[in-house]
Design a protein around this ligand. Sequence first.
Ligand code: XMP
Length: 509
Amino acid sequence: MQHNVLILDFGSQYTQLIARRVRELNIFCEIFPYNHIPSDLSSYKAVILGGSPFSVRGEDAPHPDLSQIRGKLPLLAVCYGAQYLAHFSGGEVAASNTREYGRANLSFIKENEIFFEDVAVNSQVWMSHSDSIKALPTNAVKLASTHDVEFAAYKIEGETTYAIQYHPEVFHSTDGSKMLENFLVKIAEVPQTFTPNAFVEEMVAELKEKVGNDKVVLGLSGGVDSTVAAVLLHQAIGKNLYCIFVNNGLLRKNEFQSVLDQYEGMGLNVKGVDASERFYAALAGVTDPELKRKAIGNAFIEVFDAESQLIEDVTWLAQGTIYPDVIESVSVKGPSATIKSHHNVGGLPDYMKLKIVEPLRMLFKDEVRRVGASLGIDPELLGRHPFPGPGLSIRILGDITLEKVQILQDVDAVFIDGLKSWGLYDKVWQAGAILLPVNSVGVMGDERTYEKVVALRAVESTDGMTADWVHLPYEFLMKVSNDIINKVKGVNRVVYDISSKPPATIEWE
Ligand code: XMP
């Protein structure tokens, strides 16, 4: 990726959002913690300093070393970044005595400034800081103000350095993307060449170079990331890519066979391994959610390890790791506390001694989908809802038995097929059914029944970190509930989960 933008992270919740906005302009960018600036900046065309929860006046405030950056590369300082430049370059930053959080409007914009081209006075911006710049740094010129914030934007004469105290990356900054575009494209002249097609072309060439004639093994999950990673590698090295698709017996109804057929149809060199019995054995009697995850993780490693040993001379392991996982592990704050021990179930044992290749490690989820589309992968596969690695085991509360798995598979199939046939599937980020460990009384004909309760869950989200329950139409819920109770033996009651995350989570376990 030859045209690159460097984003320095000071721990703001919005840093990833800056990166996404930059990528939307077809410009490649990378986030680094402020205290790990790459030593070679020759591939970078511009730098953005992000926001931070710290005050520049605080003792523990981040102090980046900008000696390789200031005056040498076009620089845009956002929020904390703008205050940092002011505080340490002859200006003044103090606690603000007016509210500087939320929407504001740019009441003044300096005329003929490229940074504000096509941005009108009164444009709405999003403020989020408690300090404020009281005096500009040396050689700075005011570019914009709001009613409460005199120095909403400034630039430094003699440098290509711009600073803004609001957040252009946030949706509520109406012209935020325009300002980023003005800075990156018009001022810093970064070419807009980062498109899915260009990514595929470059990545295939890079993989060819890196892997050469070596053999690579990859675990397919049926999900978007591992599939796109496989197709990219397949384009680069063909039959030297060995894919393994493990049936853990906890997939959706008929999923193992249909996904396997799909993979074969794509020309992938894939082996389907049905290890259901082994997983059921490992799960027997286990009820604790974390122990279920561990049992499944360990069983998977054993199966995968045994299968890879059958591939002679394999030296690489490919993984579908994506950018949010990478940023998380290098962020200023360090990996955030584990709430559930999941999200890309822990790596493989060291003794496998395989070199790792991760073709998607620089992409966000939506970019993975776009790359998948440019590779010609079936849109239906690319649009599949996320599905957890431990599968239905964490949607069966309590212990796992084959009978329970089958009941849940049937319920889930009615729900998901229903969403598809009502045109609702693509409006939902993730949906599934949960089998509860309680029986309830019902009546069927003249008979009293005492059978299982299932919960349905459908959420809207962008990344699974927060989620809202979806207001599915009552008519749809009524139809699905009837169908489930009539068609799935052993279930006599359906409820709908109306909890948001937080404080609930998406999965029940
Ligand atoms: P929660 O339940 O934490 O889920 O709100 C957020 C997202 O993560 C998925 N999830 C998992 N994915 N292994 C996975 O690969 C797991 O153990 C796991 N637990 C939850 C969940 O389906 C949702 O998309």
